[in-house]
Design a binder for this molecule. Structure first.
Ligand code: ACO
Length: 308
C-alpha cells in the first residue's frame, strides 16, 4: 500500500439541460442509431459552468463526509474548461466552502481526476489529514456543435471525493504517462473549439490504457482477476469493451454512466464513482481500478483498496 486513506464523502453533479441523440439528429448529419452503436451514448447534459458544478459537487461531498471545511488541508480541482485563466477554479470551491487551506487546479484533460487523486494521496503521505478532490468540466463550452465528429461525444458534469488519511484501504499503486508527440490529435486552442482525430484517439486510448493498467497491476503484484470494480474514463463504450477484452476484465465489472452523460472529461470518473457507490456497487475492501486518458495524450491508472 502506497498510502492508506479512506473516502469519507462523495457526490456528483450534472446540469439540468439534456441533449438527446434525437436532438442532435435535427441539427447534424447523424442518427441516434449511429451514435449509440459507435459510442454507447444516448444523451448528455449541457449548460454547465465548471466552477459552479465543482462547488455543488464539493458541497454535497462535504455534507456526506460530515466534516467542517476548516478541517481540509487541501482542495484540488481537475478541470480544463474553466472560465478564467486565473484564479483557479479551486479558489471558488475554497470560497464557497469557507475553507482555509491551499487550493489549486490540475489540467490533464480527461485524465485529470486520476492525476488529482494520485496527487491527493501524495499530499496525504506528507502528513495532510483531509484532502478534497474534484473533477469538473463543461465540454459543451468548447465543442463545435456543427461538427458531428465531436458534438455527439461530450457533455458536462462534476464529481468530488473527500479523502482522509488512515484506515485499512488506500492507494495500492498507480501509473501515469504522456505521449506528447501525439498531442496534435486532440487539442483546443484558447478561444477556439475542440479539434480531434477520432480514429487516432481511439487507437492511442486503447493502447495506452491497456499498457498503463498492465504496469499498475504488475507493480501491485496483481492480475486482472483481482479487480472487483473497474471505473474507466467514460469516453466511448467501444473503448471500454476493447480495454476489458484485452485485459481479461469482464465488462460487467466496469461502471458505465456514459449512456446518460457522454464524455464529461475530468468529471467522468468521479461521476462514475458516485454513481457506483450510490448503487452499492463498491464495497469496503474492494479492489477498484480507475483508468483515465485524454489530451496530451495523457493517461493514468490507479488501483485503490476501497475503504469508506
Ligand atoms: N454520425 C454519422 N456518421 C458519422 C459520424 C456521425 N456523428 N461521425 C463520423 N461518421 C461517419 C464517417 O464519416 C465515416 O463515413 P465513411 O465510412 O463514409 O467515410 C464513418 O462514419 C466511420 O467514421 P469513423 O471516424 O471511422 O468512425 P469511428 O467508428 O472511429 O467512430 C468516433 C468515431 C466515435 C469519434 C470514435 O473514433 C471515437 O470514439 N474516438 C475516440 C474519441 C475520444 O475518446 N475522445 C475523447 C478523448 S478524452 C479527452 O481528453 C477529451
Amino acid at each position: 500500500m502506497i498510502q492508506p486513506a479512506r473516502a469519507i464523502g462523495w457526490a456528483s453533479h450534472l446540469p439540468d439541460e439534456v441533449v438527446t441523440n434525437d436532438d442532435l439528429e435535427r441539427t447534424l448529419d447523424t442518427t441516434d442509431a449511429w451514435i449509440r452503436e459507435r459510442t454507447g451514448i444516448s444523451e448528455r447534459r449541457v449548460g454547465g459552468h465548471p466552477p459552479s458544478m465543482a462547488v455543488t459537487a464539493a458541497c454535497e461531498a462535504m455534507a456526506v463526509a460530515g466534516c467542517e471545511a476548516s478541517t481540509l488541508d487541501l482542495i484540488l480541482v481537475a478541470t480544463s474548461t474553466t472560465d478564467q485563466h486565473l484564479p483557479a477554479a479551486a479558489s471558488r470551491v475554497h470560497d464557497a466552502l469557507g475553507a482555509n487551506c491551499g487550493a489549486f487546479d490540475i489540467n490533464a484533460a480527461c485524465s485529470g481526476f486520476v492525476y488529482a487523486l494520485v496527487t491527493a494521496y501524495g499530499f496525504l503521505a506528507t502528513g495532510m489529514k483531509r484532502v478534497l478532490v474534484v473533477g469538473s468540466d463543461a465540454m459543451s463550452r468548447i465543442v463545435d456543435w456543427q461538427d458531428r465528429g465531436t458534438a455527439i461525444l461530450f457533455g458536462d458534469g462534476a464529481g468530488a471525493l473527500v479523502l482522509e488519511a488512515g484506515g485499512d484501504g488506500g492507494l495500492v499503486t498507480y501509473d501515469m504517462g504522456t505521449d506528447s508527440a501525439s498531442r496534435h490529435i486532440l487539442y483546443c486552442d484558447v478561444g477556439s473549439k475542440l479539434q480531434m482525430e477520432g480514429r487516432e484517439v481511439f487507437k492511442v486510448a486503447v493502447r495506452s490504457v491497456v499498457d498503463s493498467i498492465q504496469r499498475a497491476l504488475k507493480a501491485a503484484e496483481m492480475d486482472a482477476g483481482d479487480i472487483d470494480v473497474f471505473v474507466p474514463h467514460q469516453a466511448n463504450y467501444r473503448i471500454v469493451e476493447a480495454v476489458c477484452s484485452r485485459l481479461g476484465i469482464p465488462c460487467e465489472k466496469s461502471v458505465n454512466t456514459l449512456a446518460h452523460t457522454g464524455n464529461t472529461s475530468a468529471g467522468s470518473i468521479p461521476v462514475a464513482i458516485a454513481h457506483a457507490l450510490e448503487r452499492g456497487r463498491i464495497h469496503d475492501g474492494d479492489t477498484v481500478l480507475l483508468a483515465g486518458f485524454g489530451a496530451g495524450m495523457s493517461w493514468g491508472s490507479a488501483i485503490v483498496r476501497w475503504s469508506a
